[in-house]
Write a protein that binds this ligand. Structure first.
Ligand code: RP5
Length: 164
């Protein structure tokens, strides 16, 4: 499906250094066979390219955008300003403030332009992908079935845990 179809989810990040965490989003979408793409786009280092990407996203068939950034993390907000697609922000962990800077910059969007913000770092990236799957699944019963099977597997693993 991945190789045959146009991407439905765009994963973008402010730097190559974000990939270590953001690859979790890529892996989850691959696991669910959701066509996606991953690109480095910076709101402050490549602002025109970022605006162009966001503005053209609907025309290219994207349905969700996941944006990971760290520090004064304005990438998700800038992207959301240029598209009405759902935008999920992933705050990156930072050396200076542990990612609290990224979290607040991403989550505290003023009223009118929402960014759905997930947890800091790799867990957040994985959850951003799962949330994307849930959004896409509202109109795709096959994907909803996969998501339900995934949840059942999670429950099975927890239910089977033994402790010393
Ligand atoms: C942000 O600055 C990026 O999203 C990254 O999290 C952070 C550091 O970028 P590099 O200095 O590693 O390129 O724009």
């Amino acid at each position: 499906m991945r190789t045959m179809s146009a991407p439905l989810v765009g994963i973008i990040m402010g730097s190559k250094s974000d990939w270590e965490a953001m690859r979790q989003a890529d892996e989850v979408l691959t696991q669910f066979d959701v066509p996606h793409e991953s690109r480095v786009l910076s709101a402050h280092r490549t602002p025109a390219l970022t605006a162009e990407y966001a503005s053209g996203a609907i025309g290219r068939g994207l349905q969700v955008i996941i944006a990971g950034a760290g520090g004064a993390a304005h990438l998700a907000g800038v992207v959301a300003a240029h598209t009405v697609l759902p935008v999920i922000g992933v705050p990156m962990q930072t050396a200076a403030l542990g990612g609290l800077d990224s979290l607040l910059s991403t989550v505290q969007m003023p009223k009118g332009i929402p960014v759905a913000t997930v947890a800091i770092g790799a867990s957040g990236a994985a959850n951003a992908a799962l949330l994307s799957v849930a959004i896409l699944a509202t109109a795709r019963p096959d994907l909803r079935a996969k998501l339900e099977a995934y949840r059942e597997e999670l429950a099975r693993q927890i239910g089977g845990a033994t402790l010393p």
